[in-house]
Design a protein around this ligand. Structure first.
Ligand SMILES: Nc1nc2c(c(=O)[nH]1)N[C@H]1C(S)=C(S)[C@@H](COP(=O)(O)O)O[C@H]1N2
Ligand SMILES: [Mo]
Length: 366
């Protein structure tokens, strides 16, 4: 079932490059679209504009009628639930900002050959479902349960290992109030590419934890050692580092590019005079944003924060800029309530994870 090795699927762990984007990277970029930076204006990213990250193939699921979620392993009462069973349970909606842990990978030198995100692998949606906690309580976790594993219906090879997409949470985390088993996004059924008909949403964590096409939960007596848990999603500065498992999102912010773009280079042209700069800032684990600063040509000023739209959702920010003719560089930098602040330069990671360096945009003012 798992851990099957096949000679034509080579482990890709240490594939670093600093050259042009390869055909494989471009193909991945076409499959996994990002949220357009101008779409950061919406509090809730419209579903068709929300970024996508699909490791394998989107499973072909025409109807939710025969979908079931099974909960088994070290539980007192194994459960098999249909979508209707789930929808009769307590319903909860949460606004959640999801960001891919690989967001910003393309900004590192060298970079890992993988999905070449620049800045756009982040979006915010209102997810509706039922708390995972209630399901696990009904099934009754055995005291021997050490890890709760979530499997999607998608399957493929990564690092030479064939597996169903699977991720785990320790029981304490899985039994938290805010982890949801979700069937709707922004008030509509999940789109196929976002996990139809059912997915997990783990607020405050990078996206990999929010398993799509969720059909099986397995409680096990040891830490889960599936590929997506131990073979990937580990911060490592060098191949030989044991590394640190990736969990919550790092503090980060982005600017909606002002003015108008060049179609190919995306270089911006801005008219002189007052320009309202707008962007978003977020952090992980429900930690609020404390401040956002914006630099024009290296001079930092505080931006105004827009109203809070939810504990796990990004925060809007604004700054009025008197744009003067010439070439300018804009940057933004967020600080969260823990005092964590974005670095100016990216810190290197072997797999290109967790790059939360400040966002920079060059503009020409006319
Ligand atoms: N089953 C399954 N779940 C998955 C993935 C996947 O490939 N398969 N990708 C993960 C990753 S890495 C991210 S960033 C988020 C992306 O969610 P979205 O495509 O709905 O934005 O889904 C996560 N859940
Ligand atoms: Mo991701």
């Amino acid at each position: 079932m798992s851990n099957l090795h096949h000679p034509i699927f080579n482990p890709e762990k240490s594939r670093l490059t600093d050259g042009d984007f390869s055909r494989d990277e471009v193909r991945l970029a076409g499959r996994n679209s990002g949220t357009l930076l101008e779409a950061l204006r919406w509090d809730l990213t419209p579903a068709g504009m929300h970024y996508l990250l699909i490791h394998f193939d989107v499973p072909f699921v025409e109807t939710a009628d025969d979908w079931t979620l099974s909960i088994g392993g070290l539980v007192e009462k194994p459960l098999t639930l249909t979508l209707d069973d789930l929808k009769r349970r307590p319903v909860r909606s949460l606004r959640v900002t999801l960001e891919c842990a690989g967001n910003g990978r393309a900004g590192l030198t060298p970079r890992r050959s993988s999905q070449p995100w620049h800045h756009e692998a982040v979006g915010t949606a209102e997810w509706t479902g039922t708390p995972l906690k209630g399901l696990l309580e009904e099934a009754g976790l055995s005291p021997r349960g050490r890890d709760v594993v979530f499997y999607g219906r998608d399957r493929g090879f990564s690092g030479g290992i064939e597996h169903d997409y699977g991720r785990s949470l320790v029981p304490d985390k899985a039994l938290g109030d805010d982890v949801l088993v979700v069937w709707a996004m922004n008030g509509a059924p999940l789109l196929p590419q976002h996990g139809f008909p059912l997915r997990l949403v783990v607020p405050g964590w990078y996206g990999m934890a929010s398993v799509k096409w969720l059909d099986r939960i397995d409680v096990i007596d040891r830490p889960f050692d599936g590929y997506q848990q131990v073979g990937s999603y580990i911060y490592r500065e060098r191949v030989e580092d044991p590394g640190t498992p990736i969990t919550t999102m790092r503090v980060k912010s982005l600017i909606v590019p002002p003015g108008v773009p060049d179609v190919y280079t995306r270089r911006r042209l801005v008219e002189r005079g007052r320009v309202e700069l707008f962007g978003r800032a977020w952090s992980g684990a429900g930690v609020p944003i404390e401040k956002v600063e914006v630099a024009v040509d290296g001079q930092w000023q505080n931006a105004r924060l827009a109203p809070d739209i939810g504990r796990y959702a990004w925060r809007g920010w604004r700054l009025d800029w008197e744009a003067t003719p010439g070439e300018h560089e804009l940057m933004c930098r967020a600080t969260d309530a823990n005092g964590d602040v974005q670095p100016i330069a990216p810190r290197f990671d072997m797999s290109g994870f967790g790059n939360n360096a400040v966002h920079r945009i060059d503009v020409t003012v006319r």
